[in-house]
Design a protein around this ligand. Structure first.
Ligand code: NAG
Ligand code: NAG
Ligand code: NAG
Length: 548
């Protein structure tokens, strides 16, 4: 084998292997064959190589071995006593894992390497990875290579894979404010994310309708701002569980606390936080975004984000900053004005609230409300920077020319306004900022027909720009906003559609053949059903094994 490391070009390999090699997402390099080796569930083991930096006791891998054993062979126990001696020796095949650098107790980060090589040949099944995170990706690939004959025998074909992600940030956003998602729903989603090699859970925790995050410093936020403080909240313990569950699957938790807009639910628990709207010369009883002119606002944010910075260990926090409009009805274009607190159309707060007008005059902002918004966001960013955190913000922060640190990550979500999203990527990277793409990947928008293809055919780097600019695109996120989604329909709406985004962010740029993708994705969808995930169908047809 050594010396003959001839990689098949991707599409040639695909043509040779046919749909049978139905990996999702498709690896960077693969050489596969029809030569099958049997795997015996009686004797199969995951084994640490003696020279591996990770050894037994490494929680990330020990637990992954258990999960993948169950996924491969079911949770039934395979008792080897019925086997003959000959069968026992014939079938002794294990997967040997060698991790180069230690890090079982660490958290994955934006900089984590996830590359691995997987070798299945006469002598062995061998998984080599730089980090435990890469080993997790390789284990997933291994699990997708194992197949079962109609007689029930397990096989794996002779294969060589060298794999690594195209982009380091491959995220999925869940919105737990429009609808509360129970803890098990979130954990199950993390499992399926790992099957797809996603590595960032963007947790849009709170928004206008509800505030389910239980704050230890401001318990009133949840008590008054959640749908139901007895049932519809995430306790400190819940949050810990999510972070550890995600870590064990090589997934970062990027928590979003969106301000100054999208904050109606905050206002119920913290009086004076939101800007009073005026009707004529009187407060109208309705509220706009976080009040940017009060010192008390920044004192609150200081204390609140001190807590958040320690609860969420990832280097990055998501600070929102989207849709701070100059009218009070700042809702995402994809949702109607609704929710427990209604916005009123008369509340052009900044144009009518006399205190705001005085403040702007004093600051010399004239009538430019963007400067007022910038003032707020800059002050907030200074707070976060002082806590040693980095941040991600929605694109409006850039569009409105807020001064941000050069290492800020900007997330593009608007498809056409103010410019087409590709143009927006060009502008942001031209200014030297790193960027995440989400605009074409709003999974909450549904259509009749195979809309996964629209997600799949997006090429994030197809904007005009230098190679340096393109290198600033660190990945993207599929978004599932929660207006019309709760735990009853989340799973089929996410899967396998989100998989289209997962492959676009992991696989090589040239993997764009949608027929080849459809075959593999349909196969993967059947595999998801086998794994207990209620993934919806992609087209007319059936799964070999009926799970529906
Ligand atoms: C493995 O090889 C068998 C023939 O032995 C072939 O039928 C099958 O398609 C191959 N499967 C994969 C996953 O490559
Ligand atoms: C992973 O990538 C790093 C950096 O590119 C490289 O040094 C290392 O050899 C790779 N490891 C494996 C197992 O492919
Ligand atoms: C807010 O704080 C600033 C700076 O510390 C101070 O100059 C200003 O007087 C304070 N404003 C109010 C209304 O307390």
């Amino acid at each position: 084998m050594a010396g003959s490391r001839l990689w098949f070009p991707l599409l040639l390999a695909a043509a040779l292997a046919g749909p049978a090699t139905a990996l999702w997402p498709w690896p960077q390099y693969i050489q596969t064959s029809d030569w099958p080796y049997t795997i015996s569930p009686h004797s199969f083991q995951f084994q640490y190589h003696v020279r591996s930096a990770a050894q037994s006791g490494c929680s990330v891998l020990d637990e992954a071995f258990q999960r993948y054993r169950d996924l491969l062979f079911g949770s039934e126990s395979w008792d080897g006593s019925a086997l003959t001696e000959k069968q026992k020796t014939l079938e002794k095949r294990s997967l040997v894992i060698l991790v180069v650098t230690p890090g079982c107790d660490q958290l994955p980060s934006l900089e984590s390497l996830e590359n691995y090589t997987l070798t299945i040949n006469n002598e062995q099944c061998f998984l080599l990875s730089e980090t435990v995170w890469g080993a997790l990706r390789g284990l997933e690939t291994f699990s997708q290579l194992v197949w079962r004959s109609p007689e029930g025998t397990f096989f794996i074909n002779k294969t060589e894979i060298e794999d690594f992600p195209r982009f380091p940030h491959r995220g999925l956003l869940l919105d737990t404010s429009r609808h509360y998602l129970p803890l098990p729903t979130i954990l199950n989603t993390l499992d399926v994310m790992a099957y797809n090699k996603f590595n960032v859970f963007h947790w849009h925790l709170v928004d206008d309708p509800s505030f389910p995050y239980e704050s230890s410093t401001f318990p009133e936020l949840t008590r008054k701002g959640s749908y139901n403080p007895a049932t519809h909240i995430y306790t400190a313990q819940d949050v810990k569980v999510v972070i550890e569950y995600a870590r064990l699957r090589g997934i970062r938790v990027l928590a979003e606390f969106d301000t100054p807009g999208h904050t109606l639910s905050w206002g119920r628990g913290v009086s004076g936080l939101l800007t009073p709207c005026y009707s004529g010369s009187q407060p109208s009883g309705t509220f706009g975004p976080v009040n940017p002119i009060l010192n008390s606002t920044y004192e609150f944010m200081n204390t609140f984000f001190l807590e958040v910075s320690s609860v969420f260990p990832d280097f990055y926090l998501h600070l929102g900053g989207d849709e701070v409009d100059f009218a009070c009805c700042f809702v995402r274009p994809h949702l109607p004005c609704f929710g427990p607190l209604r916005y009123s159309v008369d509340c052009y707060f900044r144009k009518s609230n006399p205190d705001i007008q005085d403040f702007m005059k004093k600051k010399g902002f004239g009538n430019d409300f963007k400067q007022l918004e910038s003032f707020y966001i800059q002050t907030l960013l200074d707070i976060i920077t002082a806590y040693g955190k980095g941040y991600v913000v929605w694109q409006e922060v850039f569009d409105n020319k807020v001064k941000v640190q050069p290492d800020t990550i900007i997330q593009v979500w608007r498809e056409e306004i103010p410019v087409n999203y590709l143009k927006e990527l060009a502008l942001i990277t031209e200014a030297g900022f790193r960027v995440l793409l989400s605009a074409p990947w709003y999974l909450n928008r549904i259509n009749y027909g195979p809309d996964w293809e629209n997600f799949y055919m997006v090429e994030p780097l197809s904007f005009e720009g230098t190679p340096e600019q393109k290198a600033l695109v660190i990945g993207g996120e599929a978004c599932m906003w929660g207006e019309y989604v709760d735990s009853t329909n989340l799973v089929p709406r996410l899967w396998p559609r989100a998989g289209a985004v997962a492959e676009r962010l992991w696989s090589n740029k040239v993997v764009t053949n949608s027929e080849f993708a459809l075959k593999r994705l349909a196969h993967f969808r059947c595999e998801l059903l086998r794994r207990g995930v209620q993934a919806q169908p992609l087209n007319v047809g059936y799964c070999e094994q009926e799970f529906e």
